[in-house]
Ligand binder design. Structure first.
Ligand SMILES: [Mn+2]
Length: 336
């Protein structure tokens, strides 16, 4: 019988002291990395380097295009190949990664080697000693706290400017530009200090929230054109079939925001995007709830999962209409 391991719950001060010791450090971040994961990892890398360590950020997936500027001048890729051949790993820190599953393909080789986890998700499965702070809006807010502890105790004379920019990016990403309910007075105080330190927040906000690749906007346009509404507009569906992709020359890499298009329509309680997969008979369904409707319960009916506000599943069906029919039956049963 395997026994559940007990992990120590660390404070910011303890983590700060631990990481002050110079060591070759691998910083792990979760699969399909977002701005908080990448920003936190890059900021921590630069801070550890300023403290005398060598450090490298590693993820199961390479960096998304929107966050690519964070790696500029830091390292060329997030993949394991980014670890220099002469790098003898002495310490492993995981950031923004709540559970082993979130490590993706890296879990096999790295999970048991994690020394410290730094994360703000309160609902994960701990896999190492760590500092877990569910009141922090973003892991970036926690890295900010570490950076200012090091500044206050003299371990650091200055914060590398790119580290400050990366922390701001992390916090702005996870708060949707300081708009979500996870924003606290502390979040704004962190941002204020980062602005004072000289972070170019306007440029970062533009990159994160006001600019999209042309092809992605084309995909949104095509999806918007095929939008369907049900239950007096309380459910909004944006479909993307293989025929639509072919006709408009769209690749699968630009489909992630379709559900956000559906979500923006006034009166929408449940937003759904349905993307036909290459095999033709499986459809990837992403759902978002704007209100009390549970996206997780809907997707669980099809073997998927997620949170009440955001969930996903894959539905097998002969056509788009058949998928919608299946979804409508469950939504009607749940009540919307
Ligand atoms: Mn996060």
């Amino acid at each position: 019988m395997s026994k559940e391991k007990e992990y120590a719950s660390l404070t910011a001060r303890q983590v700060a002291d631990l990481l002050t010791q110079p060591k070759n450090t691998v910083i792990l971040l979760h699969t399909r990395p977002d701005g908080d994961a990448v920003g936190s990892a890059v900021a921590l890398r630069l801070l550890l380097e300023a403290l005398g360590s060598r450090a490298v950020c590693v993820c199961a997936n390479d960096i998304p295009r929107r966050e690519a500027f964070l790696l500029d001048g830091v390292q060329s890729s997030l993949l394991e190949t980014a670890i220099p051949t002469d790098f003898c790993v002495e310490r492993v820190v995981a950031v923004d990664t709540a559970s082993p599953a979130q490590m993706g393909a890296l879990a096999d080789a790295w999970l048991d080697r994690v020394d410290v986890m730094i994360d703000h998700h309160g609902t994960g499965t701990p896999y190492a000693d760590g500092w877990i702070e569910p009141t922090a809006s973003a892991t970036g807010e926690m890295i900010f706290m570490l950076s200012r502890l090091w500044l206050a105790d003299g371990a650091l004379k200055a914060i590398p400017p790119h580290a400050d920019a990366a922390m701001f990016t992390a916090i702005a990403s996870d708060t949707g530009g300081f708009r979500y309910s996870n924003v606290t007075p502390t979040t704004h105080l962190c941002a204020a200090e980062l602005i004072r330190a000289g972070v170019d927040t306007a440029t970062i906000n533009h990159r994160l929230f006001e600019c999209k690749p042309y092809e992605l906007m084309r995909a949104e346009q095509v999806g918007f054109g095929a939008m369907r509404r049900y239950f007096d507009g309380r459910m909004t569906v944006v479909p993307m079939t293989n025929a639509m992709k072919t006709e408009h020359g769209l690749s699968d890499g630009v489909m992630d925001t379709l559900v956000d298009v559906a979500r923006m329509v006034e009166g929408t309680e449940l937003a759904v995007s349905i993307r036909q997969q290459a095999d033709g008979t499986s459809f990837r369904v992403s759902t978002r709830s704007n209100g009390a409707f549970s996206a997780a319960t809907l997707c669980a009916a099809f073997g998927g999962g997620g949170h009440d506000k955001a969930a996903g599943c894959t539905v097998e069906a002969a056509s788009l209409d058949a998928v919608i029919e299946k979804l409508l039956a469950v939504v009607e049963q749940m009540g919307i």
